[in-house]
Design a protein around this ligand. Structure first.
Ligand code: NA7
Length: 547
């Protein structure tokens, strides 16, 4: 257990001389809650966000078809009975407009907006040892100081465009889904191209296929997509959900991904082939991530077990896609089911049976360049009215790379993490005192709100602990960081997903230096993550040094 050093008066800075007690970067799901929690402690807090409104991911990703893949009611904030009581979800998997409304509703209910400065892009944040504070500077030159800095900048907030020559030359409409304009963009009767077939691409493709005159999908890697099976929620159903909120939230705390879906305790090999097939069919016919997070326990950890599931999914694609050549192109060959993020779909595969939809495999027919009129591939130029670059994000550590974070002695966070993140519990970084991350690298990943609430509570408790004792400097010890990093590496070994290129392993071929896989997230699941973090708090934050 760490013994606390006595207070060193020479370091005391009256907190009123700092602009704020705490600055939160980000006003999305995690930033809003963190702001609320810190304000509850009596801190003077300011949150900054790039956007002109709250919502983070759900502010920016306003593309047609954007919606939850988590059950709406399992993604709700759980901390406020009032919010749970007064908000009705209209669909089991709500669309972006409703989610954005929800986050505004929560922010208004808690009167959070008065402490959020919108349209404010944080450019740098530098630690100042003499005052044990952070100086945060915006790109317009405004600068603010605070004792504590909490990042709530998301894991998928740094969109990236494909590295294709000529992007700037295109004269039609071109958008990245995470920078979709705040006005309707119609696909009706247009020639539309979508580059990218991750979760975002899939949601847009199935939507654009309904009205586009011609939809051309440029696919580099197919993904294993599973049925979403969304449905409306009636008033009676909503009342029943509301009555079950305590049970739903408790259930989420028990599963690795904080979803209502947790793994079946059986192995693929414990059952007969008929039972296995029936189980896969059952999962395929149920809404949401059950097929991914509620599968046999070894599907995501054992290649042979995974092969059964991948084979089942391949058969489903062949059944649903009429043209056998197109079907084969849509079946992933370089990764097993669930080893990348599983896109949930609604008649996605059927879209390829429509005469207005064409699939181009860019491995066979590479894109050469973007022209003023469209896209030139190895087999010629296709003209388009709209190009959608559903090309993903510089994920997890990417948002951190985009802000000039500097710790003790001016060391840059980007340099400290050049070989991969090193954190304590995914929350603290040695060498960066009073700096805390909600949903940082090497923390948990899954149902975002569930993880974020836990993280933000832990951060608030840590700050409260320090303030109650008059301590003004919080830093993870090197041994703590080493222990956690080793533990994260150890927990990563079991997961097949860590052997595959995807945003979850930090790979983005459109970003310099991001082509090598790294362990980016904690693989032990939420119950174990919570146990580890709770244990540190219960041991008076051993492995953290205070002064
Ligand atoms: P993803 O899942 O990272 O998908 C990006 C897609 O864009 C993926 O299919 C990429 O192919 C493709 N891509 C990227 N660059 C190119 C180029 N140059 N040419 C062709 N195709 C390209 O991002 P999403 O936005 O779909 O989803 C991110 C998460 O947001 C999602 O998982 C949810 O959690 C919410 P690749 O696979 O790299 O071959």
């Amino acid at each position: 257990m760490t013994t606390l050093p006595s207070r060193d008066a020479s370091y005391d800075v009256p907190e009123t001389k700092l602009d704020f007690d705490a600055i939160v970067i980000g006003a999305g799901v995690s930033g809003l809650y963190q702001l609320y929690r810190l304000r509850q402690l009596g801190l003077r807090v300011r949150a900054f966000d790039n956007a002109s409104g709250v919502g983070g991911t759900w502010f920016w990703n306003r593309y047609p078809g954007a919606r939850f893949d988590s059950e709406s009611w399992s993604y709700s904030y759980s901390f406020s009975d009032e919010i749970l009581k007064d908000w009705d979800w209209s669909e089991n998997f709500a669309g972006q407009p409703e989610i954005e409304r929800y986050l505004n509703f929560a922010a208004d209910k808690l009167d959070l907006k008065r402490d959020i400065q919108f349209d404010s892009h944080v450019q740098s944040a530098h630690y100042q040892e003499d005052t044990r504070s952070w100086r945060v500077t915006l790109d317009d030159g405004q600068s603010f100081t605070a004792r504590f800095l909490v990042t709530a900048i998301g894991v998928l907030s740094a969109p990236t465009l494909p590295r294709i020559e000529g992007i700037e030359r295109f004269e039609g409409e071109a958008h990245h889904p995470a920078r979709w304009p705040d006005r309707p963009v119609s696909f009706e009767g247009k020639r539309v191209a979508v580059i990218g077939t991750g979760s975002t691409g899939v949601q847009i493709i199935q939507e654009a296929a309904k009205t586009a005159a011609q939809l051309t999908v440029y696919q580099r890697t197919p993904n294993w997509c599973a049925p979403l099976l969304n449905s409306k929620i009636s008033a009676d159903e909503m009342e029943s959900i509301r009555a079950r909120y305590p049970e739903i939230m408790a259930r989420c705390q028990e599963t690795p991904g904080c979803f209502i879906h947790g793994p079946d305790p059986r192995s693929v090999f414990d059952v007969t082939p008929e039972e296995r097939e029936a189980f896969f069919e059952q999962r395929y016919s149920e809404p949401g991530f059950g097929i991914w997070h509620g599968n046999f326990r070894d599907v995501l950890t054992d290649k042979d077990a995974n092969a059964f599931m991948s084979d089942f999914m391949a058969r489903k694609i062949r059944e649903r896609v009429k043209d056998p050549v197109t079907a084969e192109k849509l079946i992933p060959k370089n990764h097993g089911f669930g080893t990348r993020r599983v896109p949930l779909e609604t008649r996605y595969y059927e879209a390829y049976n429509q005469p207005n939809v064409t699939l181009i495999d860019v491995n066979e027919t590479p894109i050469e360049c973007i022209t003023p009129n469209g896209i030139k591939s190895a087999d010629g130029e296709r003209p388009f009215d709209v190009i959608v670059y559903a090309s993903g994000f510089d994920a997890i550590a990417g948002p951190f790379d985009r802000i000039d974070f500097r710790g003790i002695g001016g060391q840059r966070l980007k340099d400290v993490w050049s070989d991969g993140p090193q954190t304590f519990l995914g929350v603290l970084v040695t060498g960066f005192p009073n700096f805390m991350m909600v949903m940082g690298p090497h923390g948990g990943l899954g149902n975002f709100t569930r993880f974020a609430e836990y993280n933000a509570d832990w951060v608030a408790d840590l700050i409260a602990y320090a303030r109650q004792r008059g301590l003004t400097r919080i830093e993870a010890t090197p041994t703590g960081t080493m222990r956690w990093t080793d533990h994260v590496m150890e927990m990563s070994k079991a997961l097949l997903s860590n052997q595959i290129d995807s945003w979850m392993t930090g790979v983005n071929k459109n970003v310099e230096g991001k082509s090598v896989r790294k362990v980016m997230r904690y693989g032990g699941g939420f119950p174990q993550y919570k146990e580890q973090c709770d244990a540190v708090a219960a041991a008076a934050y051993n492995e953290i040094s205070f002064s």
